[in-house]
Design a protein around this ligand. Structure first.
Ligand SMILES: Nc1ncnc2c1ncn2[C@@H]1O[C@H](COP(=O)(O)OP(=O)(O)OP(=O)(O)O)[C@@H](O)[C@H]1O
Length: 540
């Protein structure tokens, strides 16, 4: 929250406060001069010229109020949008290095909700907190000072009532509102995450219990969201009642106190209506504070959730002084151990594995033996707890992350295919690959059929849903083949393929001059060009 306030502060925010305070004072002055004008007119002056200054005042303050309000809104929104843009930029800067390992526990919908809804909520820091608070102090102080010139007692009452309406009532409401705001933010995030999970996994939900469990979870989240909204609405009703009632009290007090002065002859009659209506108008100074206090809980909760996201630490970091990238592309794991946070057993324990320059190594072993974890270590998605992983003889931890990843291409077990064209998806491997190369690599992996339908530049559907699992795996493999990396890390690239296709893909990989480390359960398909390493074998 402090970070956001620091971003929001500055001359622009100060200008918004000054414009807001002048708007409030113009409104109060408009009411005061109108009151004085009506009283003056009721006294039937011999010439209207006597009323000219008041008529001019009414016109001036009427126009100024509208113009000042417009300018204040313009500046406030400008500052708000700048804050949101900067927070979102900084957040994305911090999130990017977290991928992939440090984000594995985060739900997609939850992340989306934080990056979008919570950051949007931070717009409120300027428009609903900073500017209203500044306006309340500046305009409230000025109104009390001006009122004291006419009636010090009325000024005292005005000061007390401004504090009641601006501080006491909202503070009490905010205490009650904080819990509701936190509950609402959590419920909103749950609804977003549950909806996204439901939509993404629709076929699985439907083929399980027909979606009943997922719908029940969503229903519960919606109920929590509704209850939180209801609590917030109750609170708004109470604060609205106070917002209407307290200025009325101020008006009555001013009429009473200034009326007594007029009766005693110490104050002119024109000032009675002017002062009473001016006091009524002055309450606009704290008008924004009620909303500010009730928004504070939500804004603080959003700021806290955004901060918590920004505070996540990446699983791997760049070394302070990276060593130059080595020329060789041989990979070695030396006595490597990896235990995932919170796991009872190590996923990889004391592993020695050498994949020399240009070698073709196939990792095999039972499900859960740690094959994908070895690829994650080789890619430096994670660092080993013991031992070291080297590329061309240099510890990966001593190399710049970007450099390491430019040398390694990875095809995941469940690869991501993005909504877009086939060409767009393939060019994630190499952005400047010409169409002819895309066509050739598609033929290499047995995907030439896709050139006819949907075509190189045809739409693959949301998240590539037009492709079968085997086609998705080969699109990912084709990306890796296209890349300029000199080490290919491939996680079960032939898992969904028939025997002939699998043999064809493995042959293409064995002919590739680059270093290849692949994970497979199908060792029967491998010929003599491959060295098979079984992670379950007692003496590897
Ligand atoms: N991100 C993670 N957090 C915690 N535990 C994990 C994580 N990824 C994998 N594991 C655990 O580490 C162990 C090794 O997993 P890994 O995915 O490396 O196995 P695998 O040999 O590739 O399995 P499969 O053949 O089924 O793909 C498993 O027990 C798995 O549950």
């Amino acid at each position: 929250m402090r970070e956001v306030l620091a971003l929001a502060g500055g001359p622009r925010a100060a200008l918004a406060v000054v414009l807001g305070a002048l708007t409030v004072l113009s409104g109060a002055a408009l009411l005061a001069t109108s009151g004085a004008l009506i009283t003056g007119a009721a006294q039937r002056p011999s010439t209207l010229l006597v009323l000219m200054p008041l008529i001019t005042g009414v016109r001036l303050f009427g126009v100024a109020r509208a113009a000042l309000r417009y300018a204040e809104r313009l500046v406030t929104h400008d500052v708000s949008l700048r804050v949101v843009a900067r927070v979102r930029g900084r957040l994305l800067e911090r999130l990017t290095p977290l991928a992939p390992a440090a984000l594995t526990g985060a739900r997609g919908g939850e992340l989306l909700s934080r990056v979008r809804t919570d950051v949007d909520e931070l717009q409120g820091v300027v428009a609903r907190l900073l500017v209203p608070a500044g306006v309340a102090v500046l305009a409230g102080g000025a109104a009390v000072g001006l009122t004291a010139l006419v009636s010090p007692a009325t000024a005292g009452v005005l000061a007390v009532l401004l504090l009641v309406l601006g501080v006491a009532v909202p503070a009490a409401a905010a205490r009650a509102g904080r819990r509701a705001a936190v509950a609402a933010a959590l419920a909103d995030a749950d609804v977003a995450a549950d909806t996204l999970d439901l939509v993404r996994g629709l076929p699985d939900h439907l083929s399980g219990d027909g979606g009943a469990t997922a719908l029940r979870a969503l229903d519960e989240a919606l109920l929590r969201q509704e209850e939180a909204e209801r609590a917030r609405a109750r609170l708004t009703a109470v604060t609205t009642a106070c917002r209407e009632g307290v200025p009325g009290l101020g008006l009555v007090a001013a009429l009473w106190l200034v009326g007594a002065d007029v009766a005693a002859g110490t104050t002119g009659p024109l000032l009675l209506a002017a002062c009473a209506l001016g006091v009524l108008g002055a309450f606009e100074a704290v008008g924004g504070l009620g909303a500010a206090w009730s928004a504070a809980g939500g804004v603080r909760a959003a700021a806290e959730r955004v901060r918590a996201l920004g505070a996540l630490r990446p699983a791997v970091t760049d070394p302070e002084a990276p060593r130059p990238l080595p020329a060789g592309s041989g990979l070695r794991l030396e006595g490597v151990g990896l235990r995932y946070p919170g796991a009872a057993e190590a996923a990889v324990a004391g592993l020695d594995l050498a994949v020399p320059d240009g070698a073709k190594v196939a990792l095999t072993g039972r499900s859960g033996a740690g094959k994908s974890s070895v690829l994650a270590l080789a890619l430096r998605a994670r660092d080993p707890d013991t031992g070291r992983v080297t590329l061309g003889g240099t510890d990966l931890r001593d190399l710049a992350l970007d450099g390491v990843r430019s040398r390694l291409a990875w095809s995941a077990q469940a690869p991501q295919v993005l909504g877009g064209t086939l060409a767009g998806n393939l060019r994630l491997g190499r952005h400047d690959a010409p169409d002819e190369e895309l066509t050739a690599v598609l033929a290499d992996v047995g995907l030439a059929g896709l050139l006819a339908d949907p075509g190189l530049h045809g739409w693959l559907g949301e998240a590539g849903e037009r492709l079968s699992a085997g086609e998705r795996a080969r699109v990912s493999l084709a990306r890796a083949l296209l890349s300029r990396a000199d080490v290919l890390l491939l996680d079960e690239p032939t898992a969904h393929l028939d025997t002939a296709l699998s043999a064809r893909v493995l042959d293409r990989l064995a002919r590739d001059p680059r270093t290849v480390l692949l994970v497979t359960h199908d060792t029967a398909a491998l010929d003599a060009r491959w060295r098979v390493v079984d992670l379950d074998a007692p003496h590897r």
